[in-house]
Design a protein around this ligand. Structure first.
Ligand code: ATP
Ligand code: MG
Length: 356
């Protein structure tokens, strides 16, 4: 793979992305070549550098993928231009994206949301590729599809004031939940919650539907892709579908992936404590019992990993914050978090820190 150094820390773009977005390696594998084509100067002209439609169940990493790419390419997860299509359900709201023509009522009050400046600002010194995310496109009014057609086809968006925004140096991500119900049925017709909670002994058995399906190169992956593609064809006109470079179906996350995501989020919390609390920093140790509790509370077949963050916030971050504000955590100590069988909450114990 070329480019081992360009993205810093000597890691390839692919491995940086797959470590951030767990269990969806097949998706990263489809996106990375388009970034490389752009970097190598080999992307076709007159169209966006890449157009991707990300499908699949909620909380499986679709939005996270674009955020991770923004982080790797531009240094921040927020460094992207995001259009939340749920805000454009009415035709007149879609018009706000391009602004009203001069002379029309409201011309001055409605500057276009998608301007060349905003697009350029979404690139960075490190990388001149802007990431544009149209989140949950199925929620937008039909005129959004028409507006997008021009963008996907010619990389051009004509604004209300007749100027044109050039989308050649952009990767466009469309996300959607269409087909999600069918996909879930296919993934796990009678998939109870128990099967998602990783029993230590069951970890290695890739035979369970969740684990097998979340690996990305599972045998039925192509079937999921077919279901996704069918749903897309029913929902969008062919000229729209034809302009998409890759329709990528995200896999339902299995027990092992959820464990990895929990570890990732707890690591992030530890790093945050180290970095942001500075001289009040302490070390955090979350025991296995607490991890199982967080996992059971924060994940479900239906919502994927979506609840994990919130569960960590409520069950770990907030109690920690209370301890900090009550001066109960001495800097340099270790806070051990565990779950006792008799309690329905986590227990926090502050101990002198011993390096081992
Ligand atoms: N594959 C994953 N790897 C790492 N974290 C994940 C993954 N999937 C979900 N998460 C966690 O869950 C949160 C929600 O995921 P994300 O926003 O990507 O869901 P989504 O697939 O876009 O769902 P929706 O269809 O509801 O928009 C993320 O911020 C991240 O913390
Ligand atoms: Mg999303």
């Amino acid at each position: 793979m070329p480019d081992e150094t360009e993205y810093g820390r000597g890691e390839s773009l692919l491995s940086q992305l797959t470590s951030r977005v767990v269990g969806q390696a097949h998706a990263m594998g489809k996106i990375v070549p388009y970034v490389q084509m752009h970097q190598a100067g080999l992307a076709p002209e007159g169209r966006p550098a890449g157009v991707f439609l990300l499908l699949g169940p909620t909380g499986t990493g679709k939005t996270r993928t674009v955020e991770a790419l923004a982080d790797v390419l531009h240094g921040s997860e927020k460094h992207l231009l995001r259009v939340d299509c749920g805000e454009f359900q009415m035709e007149h709201e879609v018009a706000k994206l391009i602004g009203a023509p001069p002379g029309y009522l409201g011309h001055r009050e409605t500057p276009p949301m998608l301007t060349q400046n905003k697009l350029t600002a979404a690139a960075s010194e490190n990388c001149n590729l802007s990431l544009v995310l149209f989140d949950e496109i199925e929620k937008a009014a039909p005129s959004m599809t028409r507006l997008l057609l021009g963008v996907l086809d010619k990389a051009a968006l004509r604004l209300g004031d007749n100027t044109t925004v050039n989308f050649e140096r952009t990767l466009i991500f469309l996300t959607s939940n269409i087909g999600a119900r069918e996909l879930r049925k296919e993934l796990a017709p009678d998939f109870g919650f128990e099967s998602m909670t990783p029993a230590p002994a069951a970890k290695a058995s890739a035979g369970t539907s969740a684990n097998a399906l979340a690996t990305g190169d599972d045998p039925s992956g192509s079937k999921l892709d077919r279901i996704g593609a069918g749903a897309v064809r029913r929902k969008f006109p062919p000229e729209f579908v034809n302009r998409i470079d890759a329709v990528i179906t995200y896999r339902q996350l299995g027990g092992n992936e959820l464990v990895a995501i929990l570890d990732q989020q707890l690591d992030a919390l530890e790093r945050h404590i180290e970095k942001r609390l500075d001289d009040r920093a302490f070390s955090l140790r979350v025991e296995e019992s607490a991890r199982s509790f967080l996992l059971a509370k924060g994940t479900s077949t239906e919502y994927g990993a979506r609840e994990l963050k919130r569960t960590i916030l409520r069950s770990v971050t907030q109690p920690l914050a209370a301890l900090i504000s009550n001066d109960e955590i001495e800097p340099g100590t270790e806070v051990r978090v565990s779950k006792r069988p008799e309690s329905d909450k986590l227990t926090f114990e502050v101990e002198p820190w011993e390096e081992n």
